[in-house]
Write a protein that binds this ligand. Structure first.
Ligand code: GRG
Ligand code: 1GP
Ligand code: MG
Length: 244
């Protein structure tokens, strides 16, 4: 088995929690890359995720090349579209938006991606992606023309996760949306965790160490933080390696 996924499984088995810093190529200045990545290196982050809902062609490739020079952390593509696939990363979350009913984001983009993936050595990790209502319309909703699952409909969120697992998905990602006002609730994470065996990723709207720990304690194996670090790099101070 290739190493990024195997390492996630090993960490889960040891109950070692993982933190992914999400960098959005569209919102990130290349000039700031080395100083930002240095902060990532000194933090408890274990992965760098790269992606955005809307990213211009070629931007991801350039960004990944630059980041690779400054870190040994695994670089995982978290693509909103096929144009975000680059051979320079280590792995790709092959996302299927199973909260929605848009065939393009369930299977269409994936079929289109195959020829591009043939010329890469990316580790492809099948990932169920579940968008959950978080109070305001997200970029993901607009781009995919789908509706999120209502946050009170916990049974549907759990059943969607388990259906994804039955389909053979290797990771499950509960998404509140970039910059969400409210992160995914502890109640939702708890309920999914009780039934799911594959590793669970949680992201969207996490802005403090307390919220990060809440998500971990509720059962997230990997937490993703993007916007809060994008807007305020001093948040890295609370995430330094020796602080937790
Ligand atoms: C199979 C391939 C290669 C592509 C399919 C991709 C699918 C199904 C994507 C799911 C839907 C989607 C648009 C996901 C975006 C994921 C992502 C990187 C979200 C973070 O971006 P945001 O931070 O929300 O976006 P902005 O900050 O750009 O608004
Ligand atoms: O940008 P934030 O709100 O941290 O969200 C991270 C990620 O889950 C968004 O796709
Ligand atoms: Mg964003």
């Amino acid at each position: 088995m290739s190493s990024v996924y195997k390492d996630i499984l090993d960490s889960k088995a040891k109950n070692e929690k993982l933190l992914a810093v999400l960098i959005d190529p569209d919102k990130f200045s290349l000039g700031n890359a080395s100083s930002f990545i240095e902060k990532v290196n000194q933090s408890i982050a274990t992965h760098v995720f790269i992606g955005g809902s809307i990213v211009s062609e070629g931007e991801t490739d350039e960004l990944v090349s630059k980041i690779k020079k400054h870190t040994n952390l695994p670089i995982v593509l978290f693509p909103g579209d096929i144009s975000q696939i680059t051979n320079k990363a280590d792995a790709l979350l092959f996302l299927s938006l199973i909260s929605g009913r848009n065939p393009d984001y369930l299977i269409g983009k994936h079929v289109e991606a195959v020829s591009k993936l043939k010329s890469t050595r990316l580790e492809i990790i099948s990932t169920g992606y579940i968008l959950i209502e978080s109070g305001k319309e997200t970029a993901i909703e607009k781009v995919t023309n789908t509706k999120p699952i209502a946050r009170k409909n916990i049974q549907k969120i759990v059943d969607s996760s388990i259906a994804g697992q039955h389909l053979g998905m290797k990771l499950m990602y509960l998404e509140a949306g970039s910059g969400a006002t409210e992160p995914i609730s502890v109640d939702i994470i708890n309920n999914v965790k009780q039934e799911l065996n594959i590793p669970l990723i949680v992201g969207g709207g996490i802005r403090s160490k307390a919220e990060l720990e809440n998500a971990f304690n509720a059962g997230a194996d990997i937490v993703v933080i993007g916007t809060a670090l994008e807007l305020d790099e001093s948040f890295f101070d609370a995430l330094k390696k020796d602080k937790i």
